[in-house]
Each structure stands twice: as structure tokens, then as C-alpha cells.
Design a binder for this molecule. Structure first.
Ligand code: AHR
Length: 499
């Protein structure tokens, strides 16, 4: 099995916006309580934040984190989560049917994101609430002082405004599961007016208009066209959400699902550009892929959880080796579309469909999907290049012409470093890749990191993290020919770094 690639430093797609390595913390399951916040934990700091979790999140270098939901935000009263803790009410949280004590809220999250060197991406409730609550929240967070809500923030101990720049206008408002689901017309009008008012309070913010909850929604892509007709001028981004899963244990088909992700991005981009033409607008709408991941392992187990408990173990997918390969391929897809995708959030970050897992009161560990995210986030910043690929292909149940080689490339002009992210989708055979790198001079191999495993269902559990990358990848460079030769093991994710 052989594939070829041409990489040229002039084939620039875009400068990668680091925010494509964003993530998401929702008030759901043990993401907050028992995840990032556990005052009784031996490593907790004076704010109740788990230091062991802070350390792993910092390793991932996540620049922006969406909060507080998700489905939860569509029933959330943000006022419940600010001010003295003993006065905060416990509520029925209807999205996930649990109890919400509100011990953790907006100000704590702002503090927590600072501790992990990240920014907040705040969602407002457009389910049970609307314009007024959104206006008050942004005044509370971003207005300096001298008004009711900004002075309340100061009274709560936050003298300086939080200056939250990025705001989501609701969450998945097309979904029948959403509290306060809306038609595209209803949502479009509400989002446009809410966004207008929010920008009156703080014109420096950026807004994300809700796209479809997934490419499989019956209303996709009409939802995008109708809602953008209302929100095009006020919003800066439109959201995309997509989760995949290997429900039929058909790995070849599973690995091909990034072709669907690619189509999804292309269709949303085309819809945005149609609206740009229709409105004779000069503005380009960008994409915020603010929920993406693998999610299916925990579905059955979640049905057994009794309602109205506090912080139960919901959506605790235990990820396999093959899930890590797909996650690597999803990251490649984001990089390949970095000219339009400017924000993306892996959903989610801790315990809930997450790369980082904790035990209440105990240890922390890395799931399989931690690794492709870590390497792509750390080394995938710079200029995304468009590799010209010729690869053998296969057909699967839902896809035709799936290339065995999936790759994205990032170039760092400041230190002349070239980073190739490559997945071999073949389940049985390794792939020899011949890469033409003639436009670069004097490169040598810094490292070839490989994530491979004999057992595609292998998982990382506490005390036994059997899925881990190694650095013994096989790559050689022929400088006179300007060629890199790399062996990608069967079913593997690779990062080849040259400099
Ligand atoms: O991330 C889990 C859930 O998936 C989010 O709450 C929702 O937005 C989506 O359906």
C-alpha cells in the first residue's frame, strides 16, 4: 500500500486560529462537580479547583472553553450561580434531569479558565429566557461599573469586568430535546434581537448563531439558511455540532465518518456564502464547530441513571484506541478547513465525553483521545498547508472512495518547522507514504510519534493506560531528492515533525 503527498510552503490554506483547540465544560454529570471543582479533594486549591485536573487541562493548551451548556443553558438562570454561596438555590435541572446546587457559577468559571490560561465562551439561555436575561448577564460580566448589574458583580468580589469576548446565542435550538425548542423563524428573530441588544451593551463582543445540531437533522441545511437570513449582520460565526460513534462495530465505516464532517463544513460554508450574496454583504461568516467528538459508549448506561440525583456519572464514555484515531482525523478535518473554521470545541473536557477522567476524591487519568488532541493542539498552530494527496481508496457501508491516507499539514515559518498529521485508515496493512518536500530546505526529522495498538477496543482505565503514543515511527529523509518516506502502521495516528 503506497500513497503520495506533495507539500509546498506556498500552498497555504490559512493561518490556524488557535481557538480551534477549544473545549467545553457543561453543568452536566461530573464535569463541574467532581471534575474541575471538588473542594474536599486532596489537591483542591483555596477556590475548590482540583489541581490534578488543572495540570492536565493546561497540558492540552486549550485557548477557549464554552460554558455553561449545552442543553443545560436552555433552562439556566445565571443569577442563581452568583453571589454568596449559602444563598444560592438548588434547582431541578431539566435538560439532564438532575439537581443543580449552583455552588459553581459564572464567576468561579471565569476564575477557573484563568487558572488554565484560557478564555470563556459564554452561552446565553434562549430556551426559557431571552433578551432581558442576556442583556443583564453581559452587563454583569462586561460593564465596568456604575450600573445595577456591574455594581452587583463588584459587590460579589470582582472589581474588574470579566471582558468575555465570545458569546453563543443559545444552544441547539432546532433540537426536539432542547428546552424551548424553536422553529428557524422563531430562533432567527430572537437571536438577531438578542444579539443586537448584547452588542449595544458591549460592541466589542463576538456572537455565535446556532446552526443545526448535526448534519443528520431533518431541518439541515434549511435551518442555516433561514436563521442566517435574520442573524447574518449581527452574528460573527455560525455553530456546527457533530458526534460520531461506531455503533455497528464497523471500523472501516467509522473511520470514514470524517468525510461526512468535511461535507458538513462545506455545506455550511456554502450556505453562509449564499447568504452573503443574497444580502450583498461584505462580511464573511465564519464557522464555530463548537461541539465535536465521539459519543455513543455511554448511551445505554445513561438510561439507567435515576433522575434528580446530584452530579451522577452521565455521558462517561470510556474511549477506545479506534476512537482516538477518529478524533485525530476530526482534528485533521478542522485544520483542512481552517480558512473558515475559526473556533472549535471538543465536547467535552472533563468526565463528560472527555479526554480527562477523574475519580471523586481520587485520581485523574488520560483517555485514549487525549493524545491526538494534545499533539495537534501543541504542534498544530501556524500556517495550515494544503497537501496534495494521491492515496489508494476503499468503499464502506455509507461512503465511497475513502482515501486510506488522511492528512493535515502545518508549517511554522518562524522556525521553519513542518508538522504532518497523518492517519492510516487501513485496518490490516501499513501504508508507505512518499512525501515531496522539495520547497523546503535542509529539513531533518525531529520526531515521528505514533499511536497504534493491536486491539482496536483497547481503553485507558485508571492504573492501566495501555493506549499511549511512542516515538519510534519509521521515517527517513532523502535531501537530494527532497523526499520524506514514512511508514504508517495499520490503523494508526501519526505526527511527523521536521525542522
Ligand atoms: O455535549 C453534550 C450535549 O450534546 C450538549 O449538552 C448538547 O448541546 C448536545 O446535544
Amino acid at each position: 500500500n503506497r500513497a503520495k503527498m506533495v507539500i509546498d510552503k506556498d500552498f497555504v490554506i490559512s493561518k490556524v486560529d488557535p481557538r480551534i483547540y477549544g473545549s467545553f465544560i457543561e453543568h452536566l454529570g461530573r464535569a463541574v462537580y467532581g471534575g474541575i471543582y471538588e473542594p474536599d479533594h486532596p489537591t483542591a486549591n483555596e477556590l475548590g479547583f482540583r489541581q490534578d485536573v488543572l495540570d492536565l487541562v493546561k497540558e492540552l493548551q486549550v485557548p477557549i472553553i464554552r460554558y455553561p451548556g449545552g442543553n443545560m443553558v436552555s433552562g439556566y438562570n445565571w443569577e442563581d450561580g452568583v453571589g454568596p454561596r449559602d444563598a444560592r438555590p438548588t434547582r431541578l435541572e431539566l435538560a439532564w434531569r438532575v439537581l443543580e446546587t449552583n455552588a459553581f457559577g459564572t464567576n468561579e468559571f471565569v476564575e477557573w479558565t484563568k487558572a488554565v490560561n484560557s478564555e470563556v465562551m459564554m452561552a446565553v439561555n434562549l430556551g426559557t429566557r431571552g433578551m432581558e436575561a442576556a442583556r443583564d448577564l453581559i452587563e454583569y460580566c462586561n460593564h465596568p461599573s456604575g450600573t445595577y448589574w456591574s455594581d452587583l458583580r463588584r459587590q460579589h468580589g470582582y472589581e474588574q469586568p470579566h471582558k468575555i469576548k465570545t458569546w453563543c446565542l443559545g444552544n441547539e435550538m432546532d433540537g426536539p430535546w432542547q428546552i424551548g425548542q424553536k422553529t428557524a423563524e422563531e430562533y432567527g428573530r430572537l437571536a438577531a434581537e438578542t444579539g443586537k441588544v448584547m452588542k449595544l451593551v458591549d460592541p466589542t463582543i463576538e456572537l455565535v448563531s446556532c446552526g443545526s445540531s448535526g448534519s443528520g437533522m431533518p431541518t439541515f441545511p434549511e435551518w442555516e439558511a433561514t436563521t442566517l437570513d435574520h442573524t447574518y449582520e449581527v452574528a460573527d460565526y455560525i455553530s456546527l455540532h457533530q458526534y460520531y460513534g461506531n455503533r455497528d462495530n464497523d471500523t472501516a465505516n467509522y473511520f470514514a465518518q470524517t468525510l461526512d464532517m468535511e461535507n458538513f463544513i462545506k455545506t455550511v460554508t456554502a450556505t453562509c456564502d449564499y447568504m452573503k450574496a443574497k444580502k450583498r454583504s461584505k462580511k464573511t461568516m465564519y464557522l464555530s464547530f463548537d461541539e465535536w467528538n465521539v459519543w455513543f459508549h455511554s448511551n445505554d448506561q445513561d438510561k439507567k441513571i435515576e433522575p434528580w440525583s446530584f452530579a451522577p456519572p452521565q455521558l462517561e464514555d470510556v474511549y477506545t484506541f479506534e476512537d482516538a484515531i477518529l478524533v485525530g482525523s476530526m482534528l485533521n478535518t478542522l485544520l483542512k478547513h481552517s480558512d473558515r473554521v475559526k473556533i472549535a470545541c471538543m465536547a467535552q473536557l472533563v468526565n463528560v465525553i472527555a479526554p480527562i477522567m477523574t475519580e471523586n476524591g481520587g485520581n485523574v487519568w488520560k483517555q485514549t483521545i487525549f493524545y491526538p488532541f494534545y499533539y495537534t493542539s501543541v504542534y498544530g498552530r501556524g500556517l495550515a498547508l494544503n497537501p496534495i494527496i494521491s492515496s489508494p481508496k476503499y468503499d464502506s457501508k455509507d461512503f465511497t472512495d475513502v482515501p486510506y491516507l488522511d492528512s493535515a499539514v502545518v508549517y511554522h515559518p518562524e522556525n521553519d518547522e513542518l508538522v504532518i498529521f497523518a492517519v492510516n485508515r487501513h485496518l490490516e496493512e501499513s501504508l508507505t507514504v512518499e512525501v515531496d518536500i522539495r520547497s523546503f530546505e535542509g529539513l531533518s526529522i525531529i520526531e515521528h510519534v505514533v499511536l497504534e495498538h493491536e486491539d482496536k477496543h483497547a481503553t485507558n482505565i485508571i492504573g492501566n493506560e495501555s493506549v499511549q503514543p511512542h516515538v519510534n515511527g519509521q521515517s527517513t529523509i532523502d535531501l537530494t531528492e527532497g523526499k520524506l518516506m514514512s511508514q504508517l502502521p495499520k490503523m494508526s495516528w501519526n505526527m511527523i515533525r521536521l525542522g
